[in-house]
Design a protein around this ligand. Sequence first.
Ligand code: SF4
Ligand SMILES: [Zn+2]
Length: 145
Amino acid sequence: MSGGWTLRAPCRGQDGFTVNEDDWTNGGDLKRLLGPQLATCGPCPYRAVCIATVKPAQAKFDGIAGGRLWCNGEVIAVLDDVFEGELAEPKLRASCGTEAGAKDHKRHGERVCPSCRQGAREMAARRKTDKAKEPGQLQLDFGTT
Ligand code: SF4
Ligand SMILES: [Zn+2]
């Protein structure tokens, strides 16, 4: 990484944000090896610029950037207190407008686009309605009327 902000970032001079290619084979290895360092990004004010600089999705990055742990350019672990706005603009995909599309955006470390957000909301509402119609619930309703 380059830029004056890197000199002020909490990770400055620390190891453990990327890992030698020979030392890991899968996401589980990355979580085990780098996971403990993820908390360093918590107080970092440069998470958005870090992601914009590293471009993890395009670079198929493996390591920590912007409060997220990336494996082959996909987010596999994330700090609790990060903001979606720190992520890259969403790409439009064939899956857009659906709950699966929202998952695709998240997997690719992007913001969720408005139509996918709406699709995910509608799916959640439908699940809630379906759950309310489940037989167990109906019996309970009959019993109370
Ligand atoms: S977000 Fe994390 S990896 Fe990026 S500069 Fe801040 S502390 Fe370092
Ligand atoms: Zn979308």
